[in-house]
Design a protein around this ligand. Structure first.
Ligand code: FNR
Length: 185
């Protein structure tokens, strides 16, 4: 059967290149993994008072992650780090202390930017966070996508054959990684 992959996209805007990238990866994973997109745009800003009475959106987020075999982070780089909306989702999913939904889940990170370093610094920050959360994160291939207009359309169709082959390799390696690190299917 297929693996279930919870996907967190770090951009909320319409026409997001990272949303398009996530759709493209979903197509390349067809038949091997099913993507479930985690809503992070309606989450309240994490506040430690929540730990006594967790907000329903936080409970939903944690359940969606727990239901998945693995987590895929697809994110832009904001000011050389991860966007605040994504960090907030991670903080909400990791609390109360000792009840993190992320612990032990295999993960991968990828991102697209209009800048030439293609989210490299955001991904390195994200890897630090995920190491602390005790997630086995795919090391290679690294995937820093320099997004040029028309590279991937909103349906996730990739126009460049080399990019498509590279992303297919990324997806296949990640799926194998999920199998090694506790995937149950
Ligand atoms: C950016 N952008 C950006 N790009 C980059 O390569 N490194 C960076 O540090 C930043 N910083 C940054 C901060 C903020 C607040 C914004 C709004 C944008 C540009 C970014 O790569 C571009 O807007 C992408 O299109 C964002 O990804 P989505 O929304 O298309 O998925």
């Amino acid at each position: 059967a297929e693996y279930k992959i919870a996907v967190l996209v770090g951009s909320l805007r319409k026409g997001s290149h990272n949303q398009a990238l996530a759709r493209a990866l979903e197509k390349l994973a067809a038949g091997k993994a099913a993507f479930s997109y985690v809503e992070i745009g309606d989450l309240p800003l994490y506040n430690q008072d929540f730990d006594k009475d967790y907000p329903s959106q936080g409970v939903r987020l944690k359940q969606q992650i727990r239901d998945a075999d693995a987590v895929l982070f697809v994110t832009p780089e904001y000011n050389r780090s991860v966007p605040g909306v994504l960090k907030n989702a991670i903080d909400l999913g990791s609390r109360p202390y000792g009840d993190s939904a992320f612990a032990g889940k295999p993960a991968a990170v990828i991102g697209a930017s209009i800048g030439v370093i293609g989210t490299a610094l955001a991904q390195q920050h994200l890897r630090n966070i995920l190491a602390y959360l005790d997630m086995p994160v795919l090391g290679q291939p690294e995937a820093f996508l320099h997004f040029k207009e028309g590279l991937i359309d909103e349906q996730g169709t990739i126009s460049n054959e080399g990019t498509k082959d590279f992303l297919q390799g990324f997806v296949d390696t990640f799926i194998a990684w999920v199998g090694i690190h506790g995937g149950t299917h």
